[in-house]
Structures are given as structure tokens and as C-alpha cells.
Design a protein around this ligand. Sequence first.
Ligand SMILES: O=C(O)CCC(=O)C(=O)O
Ligand SMILES: [Fe+2]
Length: 458
Amino acid sequence: MSSIKTALTDAISAELGSFIVSKSSTFACGGTIPIQGVSDTPGDLKPAGITFPFALRWDSKYSATGVGKLTFPVDPTNTMEMQNFSKLLEECEPASFGYKGEDVLDETYRKATKLDRSAFSVDFCPYELGIIDRIAQILLPNAKSDDGAHIGSSTHGVRAELYKLNIYGAPSGFFKSHVDTPRSDLQFGSLVVSLPCHYEGGQLIVRHAGHSMTFDWGASELVNTSVQWAAFYSDCEHEVLEVTEGNRVTLTYNLFYTSDIGELVGNGPTMSVKSLPLHSKIQEALDNPDFMSNGGYLGIHCQHAYAHSTKEGAQQLPGVLKGSDMAVYSVFQSLRLEIEVKSVLDSQNGLFRDQYRYYDDSDETTRKKDLSYIRRLGEVVVTETGGYEEPLQEIIDEFGDAVDVLWLTQPRHANVGMVHLTYGNQAGINAIYTYAALIVNIPKAAIRGRASDAASFT
Ligand SMILES: O=C(O)CCC(=O)C(=O)O
Ligand SMILES: [Fe+2]
């Protein structure tokens, strides 16, 4: 690789690195909604951003009517209400969690109780209170290109689906670090709503790419008088620390994309793409005829997980790119470079090392390079071609195009993207992982600045 190319690539990589870090801080958001007044009058207008006390009702075997009722905020001085609260605690069941496709009960991993949504109803609506609009603004940036068109030619809204009521009680309710299992390819996140009721501990910690956000609702003086909430991308690791006093009562919602809702919502913070240092670093490289003079591909592995190997998941991309992925996509798109989300075969785990290398004649120094195997998104490639423990060239060739990609970041989230037969001691089926990545087509120096005429991948 020429030294100019190396210098320019390093400059882009460094800038891209800090850009991803800065944009990676958008992975969770939260808020507080005070509860005021006592109005139960239908049609009484609630002032914006404020809600009235609300009731939870549940199927109760203790109640003569078959229905238990508790009003939030819970008043600890009201003996009747405290009795209702005790009944609720007794009638909740142990909460399981998903592990390798199974529902598992294991108190060393999660100690909490739950009511399924079919067993309760609650007079609380996150849409009415603006929570869902806020999530759409922050977590779905709906990036726009220069001409104002939405990326992926669609705008996305948020649909929140009530999932469970959970109680994490003292002395030791908790949920160890995990990621949530998406319930469909359209699920992108989770919303947790903490109902007003005294407790301590039980901090929710959400992590992504070296950043972490802590929601310590129990420590807030508003814990008794406000609804507090947090939403985050499903692929972000999170945990609930031990509750040391009281009961932490939450509603959880699964968050889904809705597609093509026009211009009604989603006009969240728009980035001024052209003023970004990353934009000028790439422009500088493109202006230099010695940078990738014969054209080629730049690759940026996605920082978030996507359902990139299913048809439904792939149909949503690139419109549903999250946080920093959408930001990076927008920068390259604003430079009028052809950029696509692609499925990349895992070539990092020594599978192809040494076997599949070639010499790049265009470089003065003959250096060995790894080829990347790239394909459109949306399906698991199944081949009956057999291999030994390690996949052979002919298997890999069935996956897609072998391309020389200049990678700027490391892979992160793997999906099974290809399966093939194995022989050896025992015949079987082997899975090869794929990663979702942004692949940018850099035109030859001679035609840069004009519309790219580069061919796209198959
Ligand atoms: O209660 C919380 O803050 C988070 C709960 C959670 O992670 C879950 O239900 O999957
Ligand atoms: Fe979770």
C-alpha cells in the first residue's frame, strides 16, 4: 500500500473511530413524569408532561370480585392500599428469562416476579405522556440525505407493546447482565417504566461500546411521586442491581419499528453532516488522486446487531440502522458515495488465513491481503457442498463476491449466515457466521466527483 494511501486511510480510521465513539453515546434515553392532582374525571385535561394517579388491576384469587386494585403512587400510610400491595406481591409469579431459545427460571441470574399482560391492566399510556415520541426522536434518528430524502426511502415510527409487569423486591431482587431477545425482526429496543413507589437500589445499568448509563430511580426524591422510564436498544447489555429496600415495580414494553409513516414523526435531531471532521477527512482523501486511485471498497463493521440474515430483517435496512451506524452511513451518503449494508462472511477466526490470499500487483511492495466474502443481506446461504473441519474455497465461493475491502473497524455482532456439510470423523453441518457491515464503493480517482459508475455487488 502506498504511503499516501496509508496516511489517508489512517486519518479516516482515526476520525471514524472517534466519530463512532461520540455517536455511540446514543443508545439509551430516559425521563421523569411527575404525577399531580387527583382528578378521576373523564375528559379532564392533563397538563403536558404530567399525569394523574392511575390504577393497576389484576386477576386476583384473593378478591371477592376476582379483581385486585392498587393505585399509584402507592401511599404507605393507607392501610387498605398496603394490604392491596401485599396481595399483588403474593399473586405475582417468579419471572423467567430467555436463554438459548428456552424460558429459564434461575434465581441466581434473575430474582424477580411478574404478571403476564393478560393478567393485568393499567390505566397508564406511554403514548399519551409523550414517552414514545421521545424514544422515536432519540433512538431512531431517521437520517436524511442532502436532498432531504429519508435514508432507505422511508421514515420509521415506534410501536410499543406492553410485555410484563415485574417486581424486584428487597432484600435481593436483581437481574444479571444480559441482552434482550428480540421478539421479531422489527424489534429494536425495550422500554422500562418504573411505577411510583418507594424502593432503594435496583439501578438499571445499560452499556454499549465502552459507554454506560445508570438509571438510579430509587435514589431519586421523585421515586414516590413520578413515573420514571428508560429505553434502550435491545442489543445493549444491561442489568438490574440488587434492590435493598422496598419493591421496584416496573412495566416493560417491547419497542418495534413501524414502517413508512410519512413525515408525521421521527423528525429527530438532524446532524449537520457536512460540518463533521469525518466528512472533511474523507473528502480530503477523495480529492487526492493517490488515494485508492483504482477505486475499491471501504468497510465499516456495524456497531449494533441487526437481523441481517433474515429476509424481514434485511428489508428494513438501511432505514433501521441504529445510533452510530446510521450516523456513519449518513456521512458517506452525503458525500454521494455508494454505500450499502452487506453481509460479510467471518474471515477473522483463522478460517481462511493463509489459504486464501493473493498478491496485489498494483502495489509496489507485494503484500499479502485477505479477501472478504460479501453478499447481499437477507438469507442464510445453505450449501450441500461438503468440507472438512475448515471450510474450503469452493464452499466459500458459494457465499458471494470475493472483494478486497479496506476495513476501518473490527467486526462485532455475528449471525449465522451460512451452513455447509462437514465430513471428517463424523458427517455433520457446520455454521459460519456473518457480520453486517457498511461497504462503501470508492470510485477510481479519474472519475471521482462525478456520479459513481461502479458496479454494485450481486
Ligand atoms: O427492570 C429493568 O430495569 C430492566 C428489566 C430487564 O432487563 C428485562 O426485563 O429484560
Ligand atoms: Fe432486559
